[in-house]
Ligand binder design. Structure first.
Ligand SMILES: Cc1cc2nc3c(=O)[nH]c(=O)nc-3n(C[C@H](O)[C@H](O)[C@H](O)COP(=O)(O)OP(=O)(O)OC[C@H]3O[C@@H](n4cnc5c(N)ncnc54)[C@H](O)[C@@H]3O)c2cc1C
Ligand SMILES: NC(=O)c1ccc[n+]([C@@H]2O[C@H](COP(=O)([O-])OP(=O)(O)OC[C@H]3O[C@@H](n4cnc5c(N)ncnc54)[C@H](OP(=O)(O)O)[C@@H]3O)[C@@H](O)[C@H]2O)c1
Length: 272
């Protein structure tokens, strides 16, 4: 499924912090992406998240954290979302159409930013599920290619269809003339490593297992991860984040923050 609709006649804003939906793409029955207008005053660093939402029946806002999936230079804002059938927000958000409005609080924050890492040679983006969203922003960010010699995006999902948003994005980043110009061809440094855990695909397995066994290094022709050369950003479930923290610390990397940059940073893709 890849069903896209675009905005025709945006309605006049009526919500607090209202932004207008420009386009919506449904990827599977559990995943969709959408683009909204960008507040003129909004400045953010690629990789950060904001609170977005809808008004509840009682007129109060219902807000959830969402990574901005578009890069900081983009005129619009893109989001990549789960559809939780009984989820308070996404049971309704999944039905938005171009021209509809959502609430967007213009206060971006987050740890998956270049400023939270010390300089290095190779940057790993480790993601599962919708955890690819901040990296969808960062792989379109010119600084990513200015700062590193190699950029490796890993994305692990249960099924092949759940990889499609990331697969198309990487294809676009590598082939798009404007991206090549923006990054001065730096997109050639980008390596994409998708894996599935339930449905058969060319590369199967949890990224944690593939790191522990060294299979990912053999596949990519890399000696391993060391604190002298490698930097990492991690975004997935709590379980994935905790397991990867242990693995990265085993390689000698230390967790960084905006106020105290180090060799890796982590952010939850969702709570629960
Ligand atoms: C820092 C941060 C950034 C986030 N960025 C995104 C994003 O870019 N895209 C996105 O879809 N969600 C993101 N989330 C999750 C998001 O905030 C909501 O939880 C999600 O939109 C579901 O909202 P809900 O009200 O429908 O259900 P909730 O009541 O929020 O969640 C119900 C249950 O659904 C499951 N769930 C929630 N979100 C996800 C998810 N993303 N993937 C798999 N299972 C999930 C969990 O088991 C959760 O307990 C982020 C969360 C955090 C903390
Ligand atoms: N994706 C679906 O089709 C589906 C359908 C209905 C309900 N749900 C529910 O929705 C929630 C989120 O599902 P999701 O698929 O988006 O996210 P998820 O459960 O976090 O899984 C996403 C990917 O991450 C892997 N993973 C999970 N924990 C890991 C860990 N500790 N280390 C390494 N890899 C790890 C999973 O592998 P494994 O497959 O090995 O776990 C899967 O490939 C879950 O509660 C799930 O039960 C999902």
């Amino acid at each position: 499924m890849n069903d896209m609709t675009s905005v025709a006649n945006p309605k006049t804003p009526t919500l607090p912090d209202a932004q207008t939906v420009q386009s919506v793409t449904h990827w599977t029955d559990r995943l969709f992406s959408f683009r909204v207008s960008r507040p003129a005053s909004l400045r953010f660093r690629s990789g950060e998240f904001v609170m977005i939402g809808l008004l509840k029946d009682d007129g109060k806002p219902l807000l959830r954290a969402y990574s901005i999936a578009s890069p900081a230079w983009d005129d619009e804002l893109e989001f990549y979302s789960i559809k939780v059938q009984d989820g308070p927000l996404t049971s309704r958000l999944q039905h938005i159409q171009p021209g509809d409005q959502i609430i967007l609080r213009p206060k971006p924050v987050g740890t998956l930013v270049h400023d939270a890492l010390l300089p290095g040679n190779r940057l790993w983006f480790f993601s599962t599920g919708t955890g690819i969203a901040p990296f969808a922003s960062l792989i379109r960010e010119p600084q990513t290619y200015e700062d590193y010699d190699q950029v490796i995006l890993t994305h692990t999902c249960r099924d092949v269809a759940e990889l499609e948003y990331g697969r198309q994005l990487v294809e676009h980043v590598k082939s798009d003339e404007m991206m090549r110009e923006l990054t001065e061809g730096g997109v050639d440094k980008l390596v994409y490593y998708p894996t599935t855990t339930r449905e058969e695909s060319p590369k199967m397995g949890r990224i944690t297992d593939l790191l522990r066994s060294g299979e990912v290094f053999r596949d990519l022709g890399i000696d391993g991860i060391t604190p002298g050369t490698d930097r990492a950003m991690v975004c997935g479930s709590l379980g994935l984040n905790n397991d990867l923290k242990e693995i990265l610390e085993g390689f000698g990397l230390r967790e960084g923050a905006n106020s105290d940059p180090a060799e890796y940073v982590v952010e939850k893709a969702f709570v629960g």
